[in-house]
Design a protein around this ligand. Structure first.
Ligand code: NAD
Ligand code: DAU
Length: 343
């Protein structure tokens, strides 16, 4: 079936993987990638699909409601996969306002545009909101976040994402807008901006720069290969039940310090350095304010109801990821120098 699908934030890390997957897998769909190109948006991430006939890039800000209204009618949008956001916790601690603006007001302006344009005719329409496990807050040593875990965000980033999730559900309850939400754990893989732990540390190891480990490095995250997240989004977009929430996770928990040692080992091996040589770069620094201790996702609903499972073992995923950053030094250099903004 033909569809016009609006993917927001498609020039970012996860968005670029979702755009690539949809453009290549669904030649009958037209994929509109809407992105304002903040520091995190990079059209180089999509070089391989930019000339495909079923792909169009639209430079626009989701907070511009008049523009969102016109995009829905100009392109006759049937489905939305909404990823555009400010996404980095440390930036949200320094500048919470831009997180409230993009993540809350931007989501609201898209919801309003969908409601206005679809105007009660919701057949074959879907507004899919991509969210995070951070809305659930933090876990102790045991237990998992499920879809019924109460929201308890601690950072301005997670508070803004929690608020956007509430607006999405409010549009279902109040206007019957067909919505679905997923909450995913930490992603890793190619094209991630090197401010996040894994690409930052790979890059710093290569350049022999210090590796700033927050606190004692004891916080735990549940890591998922980004292509598996994109596959989950595909499954939920096509088979998810309207009004439902699906948790997405890797069943793959790592203490930061243990993960960092795996990254060091892998980079050292691939660069031909003596094993563990770069451990001397580990530098313990002041902890992140409000640092959530542990995230762990129970994604059994997604597995049991829609048949999705992570496809890749972590050891394989991390080696693939390190190799990608080593083999794509031009991409890393462009991103770190700011040249990508001229692409
Ligand atoms: P990212 O920061 O790499 O990309 C965000 C994209 O959104 C960028 O291309 C940016 O230019 C665009 N954008 C920002 N503000 C915009 C605006 N006002 N209008 C239009 N475009 C705008 O983020 P990411 O890591 O790829 O995350 C994508 C989504 O997935 C976010 O909603 C995030 O909350 C969620 N998420 C991320 C992770 C993760 O581990 N990275 C995990 C779970 C959920
Ligand atoms: O859980 C999903 C979330 O994962 C997403 O919603 C966010 O968009 C994404 O950025 C990510 O958030 P985190 O804060 O968990 O990711 P980050 O890579 O920033 O940090 C991972 C862990 O590593 C965290 O415990 C903080 C720590 N850290 C991070 C950096 C950047 C360090 O110790 N040193 C660092 O320099």
């Amino acid at each position: 079936m033909k569809k016009n699908v609006l993917i927001t934030g498609g020039a970012g890390f996860i968005g670029s993987h979702v755009v690539r997957l949809f453009v290549n897998s669904y030649p009958d769909y037209h994929i509109y990638n809407l992105d304002v190109l903040t520091y995190a948006g990079n059209l180089e991430n999509l070089k391989d699909v930019e000339d495909k006939p079923n792909y169009t890039f639209i430079k626009a800000d989701i907070c511009d409601h008049e523009k969102m209204d016109s995009i829905f009618s100009d392109y006759n949008i049937d489905g939305v996969i909404h990823l555009a956001a400010e996404s980095h916790v440390d930036r949200s601690i320094k500048d919470p306002f831009s997180f409230a603006k993009t993540n809350v007001l931007g989501t609201l302006s898209l919801l309003q545009a969908a409601k206005t344009y679809w105007n009660g005719d919701f057949e074959n329409k879907l507004f899919y909101h991509v969210s995070t496990d951070e809305v659930y807050g933090t876990l102790g040593e045991s237990g998992f976040f499920t879809e019924s875990t109460a929201y308890d965000p601690h950072s301005p980033y997670s508070a803004s994402k929690a608020s956007s999730d509430h607006f999405v559900r409010a549009f279902l309850d109040t206007y019957e807008l067909p919505v679905v939400i997923s909450n995913c754990s930490n992603n890793y893989g190619s094209y991630q901006f090197p401010e996040k732990l894994i690409p930052l540390f790979i890059n710093n190891i290569c350049s022999n720069k210090p590796l700033p480990v927050y606190g004692k490095g004891e916080n735990v995250r549940d890591w998922l290969f980004v292509n598996d997240h994109a596959r989950a989004i595909d499954v939920i977009f096509h088979k998810g039940k309207i009004g439902e929430t699906y948790n997405i996770g890797g069943f793959n928990e790592w203490r930061n310090i243990d993960l960092i040692k795996v990254i060091i080992k892998t980079v050292d091996k691939l660069l031909g350095r003596p094993q563990g040589a770069s451990e001397k770069l580990i530098t313990f620094v002041t902890d992140r304010a409000g640092h959530d201790y542990r995230y762990a996702i129970d994604s059994s609903k997604l597995k049991n109801e829609l048949g999705w499972e992570p496809s890749l073992q972590f050891e394989e995923g991390i080696e693939k990821t390190v190799r990608w950053y080593l083999d794509n030094k031009d991409w890393v250099d462009n991103v770190t120098s700011g040249n990508y903004q001229k692409y």
